[in-house]
Design a protein around this ligand. Structure first.
Ligand SMILES: [Zn+2]
Length: 440
């Protein structure tokens, strides 16, 4: 059972970790080492020997293994990242790196993404040390650097250079799952992630004939680029329902008493109609029933009366599992003959089985402490460290349990202003994580 010390510690650890500013501005501008040393110290106090690993000085990762009772069982990876996205103090009600606990709420950058989960993992492992608990299977714990940028100093580095630390791991749990989604009608839904869309950040380059802005020019690079960007931005991507999204839609339809047969999808209208009937809960699936490509940056020219020879744009593309080839072919078509495109950054799409015993155990752990809640699988629209660990053959799920009251919208708090987490939510998380990891 979770004791008073574990409940105190999860709050203190969340607050302490927030106070260690691990802002990741990208381009290598981040230092996770103090947070990594803090976490490693707490593990060492519990008799767990952590290994600290760096590709770049200051960009520290922590990995530890807790031996399970059943040596024949596969290992489970439990991971959380230590870095956070930037926060502009002037926009916040409290200082984003204060870690202040006020009226039962812990405030600060990382309160939900994801120093809360790091603190929960630490509190549970220390609880087990006090109580002599041993998990069924080996647990590999990883606190990573650089998740909020390229992961090259974090999970990517660990997967490439230290695969031996993850020996025997077949499954993983990490961020973005098992938080409360309020549907506005009093229902509480707990989505557990069983897949991620792939990432395709694209660079478009249009070439043309440079010249004077007052002359006739039918090979204007800016015009060519603008046309391609418009075609991409306005493209209606076709419906593609992956197994995880199908399971999500089926369970949500059942929850709302909507009759549907997704095994016989006649066309886009069925799913779009279903999404409409789901109301606010459609937010859990609507971004994952299609590939997407959003133009986000433009760069061309240097003077109003000079036509440049080249114009560049950037597009945030995402594709579902099994849909990457189609994504590429569509981009070839949309960009046309005068505009080249390339991946500036590419990450795989993930797909995890929702009928796995591990998923049932996650579901059971949430239902035990949130009996009024409804667990559903979902696919993440973006990506996490699970993509890097998938290279080691590890199937990743998003499971960082949090019971959030009405008014605490997870999606808004994530990377948002006034990111904060109720103390009660952290306590719930420790209970669920403890329950789940004992039985996983
Ligand atoms: Zn995160």
């Amino acid at each position: 059972m979770v004791d008073a010390q574990a409940r105190d510690e999860v709050v203190r650890f969340t607050s302490d970790l927030i106070r260690v500013d691990t802002t990741n501005r990208g381009g290598g501008d981040c230092r996770e080492r103090p947070a990594a040393e803090y976490a490693a110290g707490l593990l060492a106090e519990a008799g767990i020997e952590p290994t600290l690993l760096e590709r770049t000085p200051g960009r520290t990762n922590v990995v530890a293994r807790i031996e399970g009772a059943d040596p024949a069982a596969d290992a489970l990876l439990v991971h959380g990242h230590l870095d956070v996205v930037p926060a502009e103090a002037a926009d916040w009600s409290v200082h984003p790196f204060s870690g202040e606990v006020r009226d039962g709420v812990v405030w600060g950058r990382g309160a939900v993404d994801m120093k809360n989960m790091d603190a929960m993992i630490l509190a549970v492992l220390r609880l087990w040390a006090r109580q002599g608990v041993r998990p069924r299977r080996d647990l590999v714990i990883a606190f990573t650097a650089d998740e909020e940028a390229s992961a090259e100093d974090g999970s990517g580095f660990l997967a490439d250079r230290h695969p031996g630390l993850f020996e025997g791991c077949t499954e993983a749990v990490g961020e973005s799952g098992a938080f409360t989604f309020h549907d506005g009608t009093g229902r509480e839904i707990y989505p557990i992630a069983a897949g991620e869309r792939g990432t395709g950040w694209l660079k478009l380059t249009a070439r043309g004939r440079a010249g004077h802005g007052s002359k006739v020019n039918r090979e204007n690079a800016v015009t060519r680029l603008a046309a391609a960007v418009t075609r991409i931005g306005e493209h209606a991507w076709p419906l593609r329902v992956t197994p995880t999204v199908r399971a999500a839609l089926t369970e949500l339809a059942a929850l709302y008493g909507i009759e549907t047969d997704l095994h016989d999808v006649a066309g886009p209208h069925d799913v779009d109609g279903l999404l409409e009937k789901l109301g606010p809960a459609a937010a859990l699936v609507e971004a994952t029933v299609r590939n997407s490509a959003n133009p986000t940056m433009l760069d061309a020219g240097y003077k109003v009366n000079v036509i440049p020879g080249e114009a560049v744009a950037f597009v945030d593309g995402r594709y579902l599992a099994g849909c990457e080839d189609e994504f590429r072919a569509t981009l070839d078509e949309l960009t046309g003959p005068d505009v080249d495109w390339e991946f500036q950054h590419r990450e795989v799409a993930l797909q995890a089985p929702v009928d796995a015993p591990l998923f049932a155990r996650m579901r059971a752990a949430v239902e035990e402490f949130a009996p009024e809640g409804h667990v559903v699988p979902y696919c993440m629209s973006g990506g996490t460290d699970a993509k890097q660990f998938s290279r080691l053959g590890i199937t990743g799920y998003g499971f960082a349990p949090l019971k959030l009251p009405i008014g605490f919208d997870y999606q808004t708090l994530f990377h948002g202003v006034d990111e904060r987490v109720p103390v009660e939510a952290l306590h719930f998380g420790v209970h669920v994580l403890d329950r789940f990891l004992r039985t996983a």
